[in-house]
Design a protein around this ligand. Sequence first.
Ligand code: URA
Length: 213
Amino acid sequence: PYDAGPFVPAGGDLRALREAAAGCRGCPLHRAAGQTVFGSGDASARVVLLGEQPGDQEDRQGRPFVGPAGGVLMRAVDEAGIDPALTYVTNAVKHFKFEPSPRGKRRIHKAPNLREISACKPWLAAELRLVGPEVVVTLGATAGKALFGSSFRVAEKRGAALPMPPVDGQESPGTALVATIHPSAVLRADDAGRAAAYAGLVSDLKVAARLLT
Ligand code: URA
């Protein structure tokens, strides 16, 4: 089965994890992707922002949320009253999954499947153990599914403080979870819906901000 577990070092800090993750072969996504995009940010962040997987820009630059969705996300985080510099940003899946566009010029994002999400979970569990945030914010359906399973629906769960489920059997006492939409949904929305989608994202992030002690 796909499993990143054997690649995760037992001890060590986030830097050691990042170095080990660069060589992860726990699922086939490493073959086509440019590089592992590990989490980054404040190692003692009180807020962890969990996305889906790196996009094209992230795959090129090796850092999460540095593309257009990241721009929307960081603006919304700031507007919600959370200092973006005091967050730790990561993804449920650490390699870019894509298919070539019809003429092969662009790389089109493909959502990771449950096997890939589950294979990558040992990295997320290790990140959460080391960072120990007060709040985890899941962005979109994939991040939610990574923590709640395949029945997760953003519309049902968003904008409320939820108990943090165990990740790969690892409990996170003292951590709450807030689910919201993915910032790329704001970019995908039509002109009529974009402002409302963005306001919804900010409003959910404010719920996370209020949970901080
Ligand atoms: N979308 C994500 O979910 N994560 C990123 O890092 C970039 C875009």
